[in-house]
Design a protein around this ligand. Structure first.
Ligand code: PAF
Length: 282
């Protein structure tokens, strides 16, 4: 596996791969790999001849009071795991090379970024779309694979790609869960034992919602009331529990195909999100 540290070298590699008529898949990450990331890498390898994983803790997507400084980092372990997955290139640039002092451009998707996580994390999605746009330009992938746990992020990136007529296929990978149902996340490492237990309310809420939908419930307000009650019984602070359309992210009054239950809670100091497309097999 090749480790590339600068945007210029990354582009030179991509140009060589394209000249050799290779297909390129990209898995954008912030490192601290868990099984969820490894599945994204496997999916990328199924789709393309060459797989690039970017590992960059993107400073501009963190708010001032967020966890940029303590975000988990373990570069040697991440290198070993990516190499074992057969990744061709690990692109791990320094922040100064991605954002030199004179850089002053942001890529902004409006509308979709004002709701759900966008409300409590102003500027977060502009940071995400800016870095993903830069990665797409540097690496020129045919495919890019993202986890569905960050379901709003995926919707925003799909919108950006469609709006900018980008010739890259965006592939979503289903949420990967621990055996007890907690969605895998690099931030799970922050949880104490009781917090880890409290965090299970997210998966319980999803199970409850699925059960009610299977029983024929279609009224969103009724389901939301039940879900909020369930979450409030756990030692967490609910940031939002919403039933929204998977593409527009608009709240749905009547549940139906494409309705997603989207959840965000704070467990102690750790913010966790989860979601479920309630009418999909699962
Ligand atoms: O999902 C993430 O890890 C990040 O938001 C991403 C897509 C790598 C951009 O920094």
């Amino acid at each position: 596996m090749e480790i590339i540290r600068t945007p210029a070298e990354m582009t030179a590699w991509a140009n060589r791969a394209l000249a050799a008529r290779e297909t390129i898949a990209l898995v954008p990450t912030m490192g601290s790999f868990h099984e969820g990331h490894l599945r994204l890498m496997r999916k990328a390898r199924e789709r393309a001849g060459r797989t690039v994983v970017s590992l960059f803790v993107n400073p501009i997507q963190f708010g001032a009071s967020e966890d940029l400084g303590r975000y988990p980092r373990d570069f040697p372990r991440d290198c070993q795991l990516a190499e074992a997955e057969g990744v061709d290139v690990l692109f791990a640039p320094e922040a100064q090379t991605m954002y030199p002092p004179e850089a002053s451009t942001r890529v902004i998707v409006s509308g979709l970024t004002d709701v759900l996580c966008g409300r409590s994390r102003p500027g977060h999605f502009a940071g995400v779309t800016t870095v993903v746009a830069k990665l797409f330009h540097l690496i020129k992938p045919h495919f890019a694979v993202f986890g569905e746990k960050d379901f709003q992020q995926l919707a925003v990136i799909r919108r950006m790609v469609a709006d900018l007529n980008w010739d890259v296929e965006i592939i979503g990978h289903p949420i990967v869960r621990e055996v007890d149902g907690l969605a895998m996340s690099s931030r799970n490492i922050y949880l104490s034992v009781p917090e880890r237990q409290a965090a299970l309310c997210l998966f319980k809420a999803i199970g409850q919602a699925r059960k009610r939908v299977r029983a024929g419930l279609v009224e969103a307000t009724l389901l939301l009331r039940e879900i909020e009650e369930l979450l409030q019984q756990a030692a967490v602070t609910v940031e939002y529990a919403s039933l929204v359309d998977q593409t527009t992210l608009q709240p749905q009054a009547v549940l139906g195909k494409g309705t997603v239950l989207a959840l965000a809670v704070k467990v102690g100091a750790t913010r966790l999100i989860d979601n479920d497309n309630l009418f999909e097999e699962g």
